[in-house]
Design a protein around this ligand. Structure first.
Ligand code: NIG
Ligand code: FE
Length: 408
């Protein structure tokens, strides 16, 4: 393993820079945690080569993957609900019967912060083994001030014990907890007046999310949450138009949302609002598959209006129990007809944009060296084949954090 201060050099490597695969094989020099040089092999000079560690050649280098939408921290399992849904119960019916998100809330409230960290580590490790270097983690299974903060603290700790950037999002407005069943406005007041201020005061949340849906919160309630977030200097995002069209994405866009996510039922007006605001459209094909949805997100309209498209796992115990980001690249293509290039840009450049991160998700001189080297010949193979174990090297902050050592 090379240490952080070393200068690492890859030669003759195919580079996907976050938007496109570059035409020629390239050399990539990493120093002091950043990409110091990206050029053709022949353009390397003696100064570049001084004191470098040769990291190999061949294969494909991409930015480290950015999974911009997960609910990775939770306790318990929803395997029973999976079976119920296969027998015909809908996601909404399971939720209305007290299962669904609320069953994970019960298990998560019962878990300590340490237990949540321990339960989440194997899931996080699965993401890292498949190339993730930045992951967003939402709260939303606590639904009390103390339990939401506990989830956010667990998420932050995961970023300290593993080499990964963790971005946290407060999702207090995820579901209505049982104790507020008759007064959803009172719960929204708790989110606005206590949860958001507490998370902001402790620096535990990078953004605020809502679930705008018939089985969750109305646009008017979500708007109150967005205004409270703004008062505390936090950017917003939304689960919107997942099961129906309530105009949540347009509302979020009007509040400067970083992203609107799911958006299966998004209409033209919603697309236009997102384009105007520069709001990223985050596609979550794992949830679409798991819930056996049939309403396709409006990909052509998003393209026509130049809305940046991100792709994420939505890793969670209910609607997307999937912890393999490269599978999502494949599903985004097979289910939504993204091109392999669009899918990979969605989990690099546009994923970073959905998290408001300017210096990851792309490979360019001066940007952070969060990188993956894959044992494939072309970058489009990552979406084409569903195959674990293709990650040759994972580089986080200029340091090799994972390396396959066997013969290749
Ligand atoms: O992104 N849509 C709401 N929230 C999650 C599901 C969470 C769960 O089912 O536990 C989602 O699909
Ligand atoms: Fe989600």
């Amino acid at each position: 393993m090379a240490d952080k201060r070393s200068r690492l050099l890859w030669r003759d490597i195919t580079v996907f820079d976050g938007q496109h695969e570059l035409a020629d094989p390239m050399a990539v020099l990493v120093a002091d945690g950043r990409v110091a040089k990206l050029c053709r092999d022949a353009e390397l000079d003696a100064a570049d080569l001084a004191g470098v560690t040769d990291m190999g050649h061949g294969g494909v280098m991409t930015p480290g993957l950015v999974d911009c939408h997960t609910h990775l921290v939770f306790a318990g399992s929803r395997a029973g609900e999976f079976a119920l849904r296969l027998e015909g119960a809908s996601y909404a019916e399971v939720a209305q019967a007290g299962g669904g998100i609320l069953s994970t809330v019960r298990a998560t409230r019962d878990a300590s912060e340490d237990e949540l960290v321990a339960a989440t580590l194997p899931r996080l490790d699965a993401l890292l083994a498949d190339g993730v270097t930045t992951v967003e983690i939402k709260s939303g299974y606590g639904l009390t001030v103390a339990d939401e903060l506990k989830m956010l603290r667990a998420a932050r700790r995961l970023g300290e014990i593993r080499p990964v950037r963790v971005v946290t999002t407060l999702l207090g407005a995820h579901a209505l907890p049982l104790e507020y069943q008759d007064d959803s406005d009172a719960y929204i007041r708790l989110v606005c007046n206590e949860m958001i201020p507490a998370a902001a005061a402790d620096g535990l949340a990078d953004a605020v999310d809502v679930f705008c849906e018939g089985i969750a919160f109305s646009p008017a309630q979500c708007e109150r949450v967005f205004s409270a977030a703004a008062r505390h200097g936090l950017r917003v995002k939304a689960h919107a138009e997942q099961l129906s069209n309530l105009g949540g994405a347009a509302l979020a866009a009007r509040h400067g949302a970083l992203s609107a996510d799911h958006i299966d039922y998004l209409d033209d007006a919603g697309v236009e609002s997102m384009a105007e605001a520069g709001t990223v459209a985050t596609l979550l094909p794992g949830a679409y598959l798991t819930l056996r949805e049939s309403q396709q997100p409006p990909i052509d309209a998003l393209r026509r209006h130049g809305v940046p498209i991100a792709v994420a796992t939505d890793a969670n115990p209910g609607s997307s129990p999937m912890f393999m980001p490269t599978l999502m690249l494949n599903l985004a293509c097979t289910l939504f007809r993204l091109t392999p290039r669009e899918a990979l840009a969605g989990m690099t450049t546009n994923g970073a944009r959905a998290l408001n991160l300017a210096d990851v998700g792309r490979i360019a001189e001066g940007l952070r060296a969060d990188l993956c080297v894959w044992d494939v010949e072309r970058s489009n193979e990552l979406a084409y084949a569903v195959q674990a174990g293709r990650l040759r090297q994972r580089i986080f902050d200029g340091e090799i954090t994972q390396e396959r050592t066997h013969e290749r």
